[in-house]
Design a protein around this ligand. Structure first.
Ligand code: NAP
Length: 279
């Protein structure tokens, strides 16, 4: 059994829940965090079904005090932190004319600044352990998608931040990776919390385009979505592989889709270049 400690954000459902259980099964002391610990029933049941123990703690990625309390608590109780998995995130459906700048800021707050806050608080401890900083981004962090402008902007921002940080973090012994899922059958879509019919009705000149986008997206989720456990396997690869790639797609579909834009699918060409800039 490894005595290494991993902290994961957003483990109430979906990929985070599956990754937490998977990490514990792989022998990691797993700190599974949620913004609302009263929503931990599914997580507790999945852990019990798998016969593993989790250390469940509160952490809201938009609340720096809760991040500091969670990370300080891990260090005082476990004495170390070997990996962080920034998994928490939230979708958003909208387009420029039909959303406010405040809406976009909120999307950035959760999906970008949340990752930044957690990573900044964790980095000194990851530096001490020679650890790993892993972030679940999205194929939408590489390819912009209609009516996902704010969400994709936030995920692009995370990818740019992490790709830039990776060679610097490597100099102090920390490995940085991003994991890019395509469609995964989780609470993600329902958690966006919009009434799709009302959204189309209110979309004015964008109504037909939004309806077409929704039809295509629903059929993609019905025909090709991965399970959370399948997507979590790629997260665990970033956690446990000897030399994880910087960029890991969770499926062949995700590789094909991001490959329409990327010639550097795993990030090794860019990092091969930029690593040389830091000696
Ligand atoms: P999910 O089931 O909705 O899980 C998202 C998790 O993030 C939930 O546990 C949610 O907690 C948590 N969360 C949201 N806001 C938070 C905050 N402020 N602080 C802490 N936790 C917060 O969806 P998922 O698909 O597993 O999403 C996991 C990651 O995968 C996200 O980063 C998402 O962008 C990414 N992703 C998903 C898909 C997909 O198709 N599902 C595709 C590409 C990328 P609550 O229960 O409290 O809301």
């Amino acid at each position: 059994m490894s005595s290494k400690v991993v902290l994961i954000t957003g483990t109430s459902s979906g990929i985070g829940l599956a990754a937490a259980v998977g990490a514990a099964k792989a022998g990691w002391r797993t700190v599974a965090t949620l913004r609302d610990t009263s929503r931990a029933d599914a997580l507790r049941k999945a852990a019990a079904d798998a016969g593993v123990e989790l250390d469940i703690r509160q952490l809201d990625v938009t609340d720096p005090a809760s991040i500091a309390a969670a990370i300080d608590g891990v260090i005082s109780d476990h004495g170390r932190l070997d990996a962080v998995i920034n998994n928490a995130g939230a979708g958003h459906l909208g387009t420029l004319e039909n959303e406010t700048v405040a809406d976009v800021r909120q999307v950035m707050e959760v999906n970008f600044f949340g990752v930044l806050h957690v990573s900044k608080a964790a980095l000194p401890h990851l530096r001490a352990s020679g650890g790993r900083l892993i972030t679940v981004t999205s194929v939408g962090g590489v390819v912009g998608q209609p009516f996902n402008e704010a969400y994709c902007a936030a995920k692009f921002a995370v990818e740019g931040y992490m790709e830039s940080l990776a060679p610097v973090a490597a100099k102090v012994g920390v490995t940085v990776s991003v994991v890019e899922p395509g469609a995964v059958a989780t609470e993600f879509v329902s958690n966006i919390g919009v009434d799709l019919e009302a959204e189309v009705a209110a979309a004015g000149p964008y109504a037909d385009a939004l309806q077409a986008y929704l039809d295509r997206t629903v059929s993609q989720f019905l025909s090709g979505a991965q399970t959370p456990a399948e997507a979590a396997e790629s997260v665990l690869e970033a956690l446990t592989a000897d030399r994880p790639a910087f960029r890991i797609q969770t499926s062949d579909w995700a590789r094909g889709f991001t490959g329409t834009k990327l010639s550097d699918l795993d990030g090794s060409a860019v990092l091969g270049l930029t690593s040389g800039w830091v000696g």
